[in-house]
Design a protein. Structure first.
Length: 135
């Protein structure tokens, strides 16, 4: 399985070089695009739509994810009509996710997978089974 997630290096605290100058080792600390861009901006807007659509708009407009990288499974039944007050995109997504559920009140999960993309669904495992390559 190849990781297709874009990481941003935030620190490389450890570095070592052996005596023969042939081998160098280092440790890096990295984060995903959402965690990198999220704290750098604050948003506020009026919304009136399905909560998954609101989250998708935040991911695309504010965190710069391609719309084709965002998938959804299940049938969410929650909508929002109101205003997102001045806050970071990740805080809005976190709060919206608390209200996101299907007709059986099953909670939704939102996660980034290593093979690339954001998955919103009522099951953690269901979307992943479609992306695992055959050997």
């Amino acid at each position: 399985l190849t990781a297709k997630v874009e990481f941003h290096v935030t620190d490389y605290p450890e570095y070592a070089k052996l005596d023969d100058n042939q081998v160098q080792t280092y440790t890096i600390v990295a984060t995903t695009r959402a965690l990198w861009l999220g704290p750098l901006k604050k948003i506020s807007r009026a919304v009136n739509s399905d909560i998954t659509d609101v989250i998708r708009q935040i991911l695309v407009r504010d965190l710069q994810y391609p719309i084709g990288d965002i998938s959804r499974s299940g049938q969410p039944k929650t909508r929002m009509n109101g205003i997102l007050n001045w806050d970071t995109p990740l805080n809005h997504i976190s709060r919206l996710k608390e209200y996101l559920a299907d007709s059986l009140h099953t909670p939704y999960f939102i996660h980034e997978i290593l093979s690339g993309g954001i998955v919103m669904g009522d099951s953690i495992m269901e979307p992943l089974t479609h992306r695992i390559p055959e050997l």
